[in-house]
Design a protein around this ligand. Structure first.
Ligand SMILES: Nc1ncnc2c1ncn2[C@@H]1O[C@H](COP(=O)(O)OP(=O)(O)OP(=O)(O)O)[C@@H](O)[C@H]1O
Ligand SMILES: [Mg+2]
Length: 341
């Protein structure tokens, strides 16, 4: 065999790679630290992530990807190349790749993604729409004439879609997800306590005690930063109720987007969706109460997928079995892949 098939999810927060026969083999922050004078890449992934908020004039930390779209081409190509090398054994040679892309991507953006991946020496690149991959990764049957609602709450964007017959019936994407929660936690502490904290501290607090419905038991997390007035180190013990308040606005955006999507959903599919409910994927699906609030506000059952953060990569991985059909191999039924290069 020439090589295995692999799948890539180029997320805003992290890059995930799936290898057929192995599963998820890499899940690393989609960040690089760059020397501002020489443009040399100093660190990537976990190592670069530890530098977030700790940079100097000499070093900047860059997120070259935004929800599957490339914002800094050279760095994206570099990161993809390095990660591909990291996972390749001698057997994974010139792989065929399925990559997930957002539904609203332009031709130019598609081309950039394909080129950045092709640069690392792959045989073929196929595209799959992200919500389709997310639903497949969550174990949903998507090629039937039946509506499936998937809501992927990632780092940079929340993507939601009703899928039927292997394609998107209606969809929406908003730039409100994990990062927006972190930013609002920062703003809240600044406003209430004059405490300035960094992005990573906010994310840590969110993961530990974040919630979008009231928690039954009291929880707290010590957030450390600097007092804005005195400039001195300071901390407060943030409570679950304070988190609930801090995280309200972004979650309301997500709720409204879901309600709007349901309003645009054709009646037959709507029937399916109300019976089966929605499936949540993406890292931010794990925020305490996310399933409850969406269920309450959209009035439908909601469940969180298993391993929500890697659903898109897993689904794109399952779709590698359709690559042959893009080359004209016989296929009965619907091909969830949307394009091949
Ligand atoms: N246990 C957790 N609780 C709450 N949030 C979490 C948890 N684990 C991860 N997250 C959040 O999930 C987000 C990352 O999710 P994910 O990996 O799905 O995003 P992505 O695919 O990189 O981004 P996008 O899909 O928006 O391009 C981050 O904002 C992170 O803080
Ligand atoms: Mg994602």
């Amino acid at each position: 065999m020439m090589g295995s098939d692999i799948a890539l999810d180029l997320g805003t927060s992290s890059v995930k790679i799936y290898v057929s026969g192995k599963g998820i083999v890499l899940n690393e922050p989609a960040v690089a630290a760059v020397d501002t004078y020489t443009d040399e890449v100093l660190a990537m992934g976990e190592e670069a992530y530890t530098m977030v908020g700790r940079t100097s004039e000499r070093v900047r930390v860059v997120h070259p990807l935004c929800n599957g779209v490339i914002s800094e081409y050279d760095l994206a190509e570099y990161i993809i190349g390095r990660y591909m090398k990291k996972i390749s054994s001698s057997r994974v040679f010139m792989p065929r790749v399925v990559v997930s892309v957002p539904c609203e991507i332009t031709e130019v953006e598609k081309r950039a993604v394909v080129d950045a991946i092709s640069a690392s020496g792959v045989r073929k690149v196929c595209l799959i729409e992200e919500p389709v991959a997310a639903a497949m990764g969550a174990g949903m049957e998507i090629t039937e004439p039946h509506g499936t609602l998937v809501v992927d709450i990632g780092g940079g964007t929340t993507d939601m879609a009703v899928i039927s017959l292997g394609g998107i019936a209606v969809s929406d994407s908003i730039k409100v997800a994990g990062d927006a929660f972190d930013e609002d936690i920062i703003k809240y502490l600044r406003r209430k306590y004059n405490l300035i904290i960094g992005q990573r501290m906010a994310e840590e607090a969110k993961k530990k005690i974040g919630c979008v419905v009231k928690r039954p038991d009291p929880v707290f997390f010590r957030v450390k930063g600097r007092n804005a007035a005195t400039g001195l180190p300071a901390f407060i013990d943030m409570t679950g109720d304070e988190m609930l308040e801090a995280m309200q606005e972004p979650v309301q955006h997500i709720v409204r987007a879901l309600q709007n999507l349901l309003e645009q959903t054709p009646p037959e599919l709507m029937g399916d969706v109300y019976t089966d409910g929605a499936v949540l994927t993406g890292g931010s699906a794990q925020i305490y109460g996310m399933d409850q609030i969406l269920s309450r506000e959209a009035k439908l059952p909601v469940r969180i997928a298993e391993e929500p953060q890697v659903c898109v990569a897993k689904g794109a991985g399952y779709a590698t079995k359709y690559i042959g059909a893009m080359d004209g191999e016989a296929l009965t039924g619907i091909n969830p892949l949307s394009a091949a290069y």
